[in-house]
Unconditional design. Structure first.
Length: 655
């Protein structure tokens, strides 16, 4: 409550009361959904006990014949840069290295990926309705450099995949990739001053897998954040007798259609079930609703669904307003950031002008340059969360009101409303999802926060009722990126051993995240990570990755200049501790997620359990991020790089 001039408490305003009521409602919803099993309620598809689930993790799109026709990579091959991951991140690292003149030879770069081709997320995900949720003009990497004009404001997954291929062609990456290959370990060898990277290359049905050890002077872990599809441990799920698959490995044989053409004729006359209502389901459900005889959407927690505003790119607007001058994409991205980090200046032009730019509350997750650091006292933290609630309430109320406006049946509308602040889940945008629930063949099965109870050969069971189904689609998401406090090794499913055989995971477990700028860690020379912990994030992931790749490549460039050629680059422990302190100072800002409904942002609720051990608390704080938004983070990195001294990084010439 507000204080009067003489210190007495004034009566709370109507707005305060409303926000208080809202917070009470949100808290009750969290309690309803909290599950003590946390992350253990799911199993990674590729680790599942059931062979059926493990098979679901395989790559449906790989062309083994074409890949087997390529000259095989020889065991023991040596590269200057081994890049783990051939998604947009891995590709951006490769492009920046090439552009910096650091990788001009034929064996300077090798990108390794478990997938059958470039694209990462956009390789694996090909479900109907897939498109980027950040405007493509800002999201798609290297638009200025490729000169490509996206066809729509939010282009399809297929167009995003084609763009990956365009980048690979322009920078001649096709012969620098090793696909169908799982990286298992990366081991630093002090004697050779190289990384040994152990991989298994799959060669397809009837062919022998190949175990290889590749050597790299530098290793870059660009293995993505949402790469491991998981499935809830719903009893008897594997006994379902009809087709069953995860959205990240769509089965067009079961549904009909192709990734380019969502005419899902295979669903005609069929009863289709979808488990999950996250950002994926929001995009896929309208397409399924069009073709299925009956569609059952099994919901645990609804998504807040805001407007999309999809449209074709207008060539005139592109020329005159969007790609209007050199450097336009960076300018557009920076402009977008001011909205999502609650830092809009008066009179400023809103270049992107989409739904994202109407949710300043997202700054709870991204930080904001407008506010001082939050002091770590209960009062100041409560004040911070109160301010965020207030900032977010108009938007989250508008999202709920929109649900009422669109969904005709009031009972269904009520169940589709999201009762948590905007920042607790990826915001979603659609002009078709809520509308689909007005179709007579679309049925919402709301589980009241509990989830599906069990499965049978015929369908799914919720609250004692069986829903018979012919096809079942798992839209149940991915292993949380913050697993293991954001350890790049654990997230990637590999073992990384640095100097003296020290395990990277062990380091994270014993002392918490330890990096300089989220980019590299002491004891792990010449190893760089795509940004996760201890860096800064944008809602536009490609921007985050672009900033991270530019920073790492600058460091390598400056170090090699300093060393007069090949370098060994190692962050000092003093520098990483100083950086950890910077991050810990900012940790109270992220108390904002403590009010969130469980999901991958809260490690399925595990982040809500506050440890009592001060060491564990400190580790949690170290796994945080910069809280003044990515724009000031970029400024901090640029300032760091300006003198070329690489303060806090030891650089020696490779002998
Ligand atoms: P990825 O694209 O995930 O690529 C990482 C690659 O590493 C994968 O191909 C994986 O196979 C490989 N890999 C990982 N571990 C290993 C290993 N041990 N061995 C071998 N290979 C390995 N973000 C946005 O900003 N806007 C969006 O609209 C958006 N839409 C998305 C839609 C979906 C369905 C998903 C899942 C994510 C979306 N994201 C979006 C987030 C998206 O992941 C990023 O935007 C971006 O594409 C990530 O690129 P990346 O290269 O870092 O990771
Ligand atoms: P999510 O993790 O967001 O969603 C999984 C869904 O499965 C949730 O609705 C979850 O409910 C539900 N679920 C989990 N367990 C059960 C259960 N036992 N019973 C019933 N329901 C269950 O995964 P998505 O694939 O939807 O999205 C992951 C991320 O990928 C997004 O947040 C976004 O970052 C990115 N993405 C972006 C897209 C874009 O717009 N371009 C499109 C798709 C994804 P609950 O919420 O209660 O846990």
């Amino acid at each position: 409550s507000a204080e009067t001039a003489n210190g007495a408490n004034a009566a709370p305003s109507a707005e305060d009361l409303k926000v208080y009521e809202l917070s009470q409602k949100y808290t009750a919803e969290v309690a309803k959904r909290f599950r003590p099993e946390g992350l253990d309620q799911f199993v990674r598809l590729k680790d599942a006990g059931s062979e059926r689930f493990r098979a679901l993790a395989e790559d449906p799109w790989v062309d083994h014949v074409a890949l087997n026709a390529k000259p095989p990579v020889k065991d023991g091959s040596k590269y200057k840069f081994v890049i783990l991951g051939a998604g947009y991140a891995g590709m951006m690292y490769a492009v920046r290295l090439i552009e910096a003149g650091l990788a001009s030879g034929p064996d300077d770069i090798r990108l390794i990926d478990a997938s059958g081709g470039f694209g990462g997320t956009w390789w694996w995900n090909r479900y109907p309705g897939l498109h980027c949720d950040i405007e493509s003009y800002s999201y798609m990497p290297l638009l200025e450099e490729t000169g490509y004009i996206p066809t729509k404001k939010y282009v399809s997954g297929s167009e995003l995949l084609e763009h990956a291929d365009r980048i690979a062609t322009q920078w001649k990456l096709h012969d620098k990739a090793l696909f169908r290959t799982n990286v298992k370990t990366a081991r630093w060898d002090d004697a050779t001053q190289l990384w040994n990277v152990e991989v298994t290359e799959g060669r397809g049905p009837g062919e022998q897998n190949r175990d290889l050890t590749l050597q790299g002077q530098y290793v870059i872990i660009a293995s993505g954040v949402l790469t491991n599809p998981h499935v809830p441990k719903i009893p008897e799920l594997e006994t379902f007798s009809g087709p069953l698959f995860h959205t990240a490995r769509w089965d067009y044989k079961a549904t009909g259609g192709t990734p380019q053409d969502a005419t899902l004729t295979g669903l005609e006359g069929k009863r289709v079930g979808v488990i999950g209502t996250g950002a994926t389901a929001i995009q896929a459900v309208p397409r399924l609703a069009k073709y299925a005889k009956e569609l059952y959407v099994f919901q645990r927690t609804p998504s807040g669904v805001w407007w999309r505003g999809q449209r074709e790119t207008d060539p005139e607007e592109w020329k005159t307003k969007i790609a209007r001058k050199k450097g336009w994409q960076r300018e557009r991205r920076l402009n977008f950031e001011t909205y999502v980090t609650d830092n809009v200046q008066e009179g400023q032009e809103n270049m992107v002008a989409d739904g994202w730019t109407e949710m300043p509350g997202f700054s709870a997750l991204l930080g904001s340059p407008r506010y001082p650091l939050v002091e770590p006292t209960p009062e100041k933290i409560a004040e911070h969360i109160g301010r965020l609630y207030k900032l977010d309430a108009p938007h989250s109320e508008a999202v709920r009101a929109r649900t009422d406006e669109i969904v005709k049946d009031p009972e269904t509308a009520a169940k589709l409303k999201a009762w948590y602040p905007t920042w607790c889940k990826r915001a979603t945008f659609s002009d078709e999802y809520l509308q689909a629930f007005n179709q007579p063949n679309v049925h919402l099965v709301d589980t009241d926060g509990k989830g599906v109870d069990s499965a049978t050969a015929n369908g799914l069971v919720v609250a004692g009722k069986e829903y018979p189904l012919d096809i079942l689609i798992l839209s149940t998401g991915y292993v949380t990126p913050s697993i293991g406090g954001g350890s790049p090794a654990m997230r990637t499913g590999i073992d990384v051993y640095g100097r003296g055989g020290r395990s990277l995971d062990e380091k994270w477990k014993s002392q918490g995240a330890s990096t300089l700028h989220g980019a590299s860690s002491n004891g792990f020379p010449n190893l760089f990570f795509a940004p996760l912990s201890q860096s800064s994030h944008s809602a536009n992931n490609v921007f985050t990755l672009d900033v991270g790749s530019q920073h790492a490549v600058h460091i390598i460039e400056q170090a090699e200049a300093k060393a007069g050629g090949s370098a060994i680059i190692e962050v000092t422990s003093e520098a990483e501790e100083a950086w950890a302190l910077e991050i810990m100072k900012r940790a109270p800002w992220f108390a904002s997620v403590m009010v969130c409904t469980p999901g991958y942002i809260t490690a399925e609720g595990e982040a809500l359990k506050q440890p009592e051990d001060p060491m564990e608390m400190a580790k949690n704080a170290r796994a945080g991020n910069w809280t003044q938004g990515i724009v000031t983070f970029i400024e901090a990195l640029e300032e760091y790089r300006a003198d070329g001294q690489l303060k806090g990084i030891d650089v020696v010439a490779r002998t």
